[in-house]
Ligand binder design. Sequence first.
Ligand SMILES: NC(=O)c1ccc[n+]([C@@H]2O[C@H](COP(=O)([O-])OP(=O)(O)OC[C@H]3O[C@@H](n4cnc5c(N)ncnc54)[C@H](O)[C@@H]3O)[C@@H](O)[C@H]2O)c1
Ligand SMILES: N[C@H](CO)Cc1c[nH]c[nH+]1
Ligand SMILES: [Zn+2]
Length: 443
Amino acid sequence: MPAAVSFHDLSTLDAAARAGLLKRAESDLGPFLDKVRPIIEAVRTEGDAALARFAREFDKAPVDPARIQVEPAAFDRAFDAVEPEVIEAIRYAVDNIRRFHQDQKPEEMWLHEIRPGAFAGDRFLPIPSVACYVPRGKGSFPSVVMMTTVPAVVAGVPEISIITPPGPDGEVDAATLVAARLAGVETVYKCGGAQGVAAVAYGTETVRRAVKIVGPGSPWVVAAKRLLSDVIDPGIPAGPSEAIIFADDTADGRLAALDLLVEAEHGPDSSAWLVTTSRQVAEDAIAALDGYWAKMGAQRTAFSTAVLTGPRGGVVLAPDLEAAYAFINDYAPEHLEVLGDEPFAHLGRLVNAGEILLGNRTPVTLGNFVLGPNAVLPTNAAARTFSPLSVFDYMKRSSVGYVTAKAYPELARHAGILARYEGFEAHAAAVSPVRDAILNRRR
Ligand SMILES: NC(=O)c1ccc[n+]([C@@H]2O[C@H](COP(=O)([O-])OP(=O)(O)OC[C@H]3O[C@@H](n4cnc5c(N)ncnc54)[C@H](O)[C@@H]3O)[C@@H](O)[C@H]2O)c1
Ligand SMILES: N[C@H](CO)Cc1c[nH]c[nH+]1
Ligand SMILES: [Zn+2]
């Protein structure tokens, strides 16, 4: 019988206790940073040999330093090994994820007439390379392959690679390879954790250097990205999975419990809260959990029990909707699910969340795998300022401007005034009559 599910009544909590509920496993990266430093240094100086050594140490995986890259035949074998229905589901998901990100992709350029004869806009181009981190410790994640590589392909990134820890057989998970090929990426390296991040940041004999890394991972991965952020663009912060299930008075507690377990089962470092304004919903949810746990395997039960009975998960009872909205917005969850008969009634008040899934038929599971929007989302309250992974993460934007002879005098006059005020003489000269004289002579 699992321990009691954590229960907090917001109306009785002081500020410090409420603030404690907002903490994630990533909130204290200190111990991970110290252990990750020497791993990074070893990869920088020893390259592939260090990758093979750490694969043996951390993944219990026999990896030959000369075979860090997955060979083409392994993709063919993966298609034979994976169940046809899984391949079909991957195809379906890739299709939806591709459609979503194609719709999201901006036009290559827009140019508007800001003033008569003065044009300004943006041009979007793909970044030159990206490495996609696909976790594999407490599960295998073909879905993360799809979420990270499909938008990269849609954006047009020319060099896309995947890094992922090898399994105990020394190989990459078969469905991960299927998803990679169906997404259009066949450069896969058998290295994960901090050592994988270091490999793509510095490059090794085998691993191609990338300018950016995307994808979620354990605190080891998050710590390495942070330490290497001067060497490689670490992308949006995406650590241990987390969710808030928000259930109003009209929601069914049994549904709330069903969905609360979704992100709680990722690992003991995940976070999962049911936030509700209804004591009845809270009680029904807590009562339903044992029945669900009885049908789950030992590992996922242990992970989700640890989350829901610990400091990073359970049930939060809010005295009213205002308090519930305030708690959710302060928490800024990665995934937010809204249960109840009128979910759109709450949408306007919910401002901080990586994704907001509305209604009783949009569980987090659909967003994680097949709906189309990206399931790699900002964690650890980063949703206050960061957005979900998207095609924009694989593109960079340049501003573009063009001023005609018709527009130039007016712009030059105003710019000159500002340049002189700021004390920039060359700036002012560039829009002074000197320019007009030169241009007039060229006619
Ligand atoms: N935000 C998202 O989109 C998303 C999606 C899927 C998973 N996740 C999260 O990603 C994480 C995946 O974690 P995971 O563990 O399953 O896989 P992972 O690949 O991120 O981490 C496993 C790696 O960590 C390293 N490691 C493990 N123990 C170590 C030690 N003692 N010292 C140094 N390195 C060590 C090893 O290299 C190992 O390969 C979970 O927290 C999960 O919640 C997030
Ligand atoms: N929950 C993860 C994002 O936080 C995505 C995922 C993949 N597989 C299962 N879940
Ligand atoms: Zn998940």
